[in-house]
Design a protein around this ligand. Structure first.
Ligand code: AMP
Ligand code: MG
Length: 467
């Protein structure tokens, strides 16, 4: 078997996870294999062709399947115990880049942490995560990846019978803020220290051995990550602390969505009724999540009162780090090399006009390079005035095209791919995925349709966790 497993999480104290086998499914069939990602993991295309492996029916040699334990704040409320309820970590592989990667089956059956759930996933969320995570990667956003996806030949019930599926997810790790929180809450300082040391050597090998330094490093990665989301109109939808990766990758694509028309208060998730995770709230929520991470590190500090002071200062720096990153994202989106007061002002003015007119987020910015942005506005003279002042800063065409995707995973396109997949047709998915892996390509007659904003009756305004 070609999978070169090199498992490290399985060597941590046994109460931090439960060894759990995937539960076999009736009739696995692969519909997606990521040969490019496979190559990065030292896998040949033929290694990605065994549906039994990617549905959990066959366990590759060297795998040591387990479900990880964690806790988390969900919509601000503390949940003392969560864990992999529908995901099983097969093991870890060292990639050709020397980096260690988790190989996880999502939808692989019940685990000790499934609570009332069935441990399964249906095809819709599996296709959605595949498409969106691969699009995020193509747009340069740190993210978990999709290695393969299979249908199970079984039915899962989510108010209605739906086709089951399993996603093979690849991540730098699946360690979350909630993984730290559970041991802090249980006053299990030994497990907390072991986890801290594991994270340090695995994700932050170059920093000092000091929880305060780790906190700062995680804050920096989170702030930069959220700035990238904001620059793409991405709304995660469930920024619970159990969905925040310590490695700084985007993780857990549930009800996430990209905005079509721009409005800062946009919310898609059907369960987010208060708008806690609305587009514009994401930086503040990320800072709040970092405060929870800081709290979970305090038991590791010899002087806890001093630690509270240091950690509070660290978390309070989040807005500055985020703002620096966001300003630079916006300057690049305007084709400008340098951040300046002018770039800030122009960005703010454009976003205000876009919000007033519900302009398409992606097509407005992409239109700056192609000269079609004016099509987004009714107030032609207001936009023309903005454009004149912007042109004076001499925007660079290459910077513009490299920072403004033409094709993003639009909700209505994802919905269309899922509907076709449910009917057994994966061509729509394949075609969309192909487009999403080249997000910065100039449009032509063939690809233009993928850049089009949804018409009124195509518009998808609600998304679901899919659990
Ligand atoms: P999420 O909101 O998707 O991050 O999930 C929150 C928690 O619920 C995680 O611990 C999941 O493992 C668990 N969960 C979600 N869906 C299921 C399911 N179908 N069966 C069992 N557990 C689930
Ligand atoms: Mg989750």
């Amino acid at each position: 078997m070609p999978f070169r497993f090199d498992n490290s999480y399985a060597d941590l104290p046994a109460h931090m996870f439960t060894k759990t086998m995937p539960i076999p499914v009736a009739s696995p069939s692969l519909f997606a294999q990521n040969t490019q990602l496979g190559a990065q993991l030292g896998l040949e295309p033929r290694d990605l062709s065994d549906a039994d492996v990617f549905a959990g029916n066959a366990i590759p040699k060297g795998a040591d399947p387990l479900a990880q334990l964690y806790a988390g704040h969900q919509f601000g409320s503390w949940n003392p115990q969560l864990g992999d309820g529908r995901a099983i970590l097969l093991g870890e592989i060292k990639g050709t880049d020397g980096q260690r990667y988790d190989i996880q089956l999502k939808g692989a059956g019940r685990t000790p942490y499934s609570r009332g759930g069935d441990g399964r996933a249906w095809l819709g969320p599996v296709m959605r995560e595949y498409l969106v995570s691969e699009a995020m990667h193509a747009m340069g956003v740190p993210t978990t990846r999709a290695l393969a996806a299979a249908t199970t030949g079984e039915t899962v019930y989510r108010e209605e019978p739906l086709p089951g599926a399993v996603l093979t997810r690849v991540a730098q790790s699946h360690i979350r803020v909630g993984t730290f929180q559970i041991y802090a809450a249980r006053q299990d300082t030994h497990a907390l220290r072991v986890l801290y040391e594991h994270v340090l050597s695995r994700h932050y090998p170059d920093i000092d051995d000091d929880p305060a330094t780790l906190l700062n490093a995680v804050i920096t990665r989170q702030a930069n990550l959220i700035a990238k989301w904001m620059g793409l109109g991405f709304i995660h939808g469930v920024m619970n602390t159990d969905n925040v990766s310590i490695a700084g990758e985007t993780i857990d694509y549930g009800p996430c969505a990209f905005m079509d028309s721009y409005h800062p208060q946009t919310v898609f998730s059907a369960i987010d009724q208060m708008g806690r995770y609305a587009y514009q709230n994401q930086p503040n929520i990320a800072a709040w999540n970092m405060a929870q991470f800081a709290t979970s590190l305090i038991p590791l500090m010899p002087d806890q009162d001093a630690a509270i002071t240091t950690f509070t200062a660290a978390v309070n720096r989040f807005p500055d780090i985020y703002n620096d990153a966001y300003r630079s994202v916006l300057a690049s989106k305007l084709g400008l090399k340098e951040v300046s007061e002018d770039s800030d002002t122009l960005a703010t003015e454009l976003l205000t006009l876009m919000a007033d007119e519900h302009a398409d987020f992606t097509n407005t910015f992409a239109g700056l390079a192609s000269g079609t942005a004016n099509a987004q506005f009714v107030s032609q003279d207001v936009f023309a005035d903005w454009q004149r002042r912007w042109a004076r800063l001499q925007p660079d065409e290459t910077i513009l095209t490299q920072h403004n995707p033409t094709i993003i995973p639009r909700n209505h396109r994802i919905a269309e791919a899922i509907a076709a997949g449910q009917a057994g047709d994966f061509q729509v998915f394949d075609d969309l995925l192909d487009m999403l892996t080249k997000p910065y390509a100039p449009l032509d007659d063939k690809t233009e349709a993928y850049a089009r904003a949804p018409s009124t009756d195509e518009r998808v305004t609600r998304t679901f966790c899919g659990t």
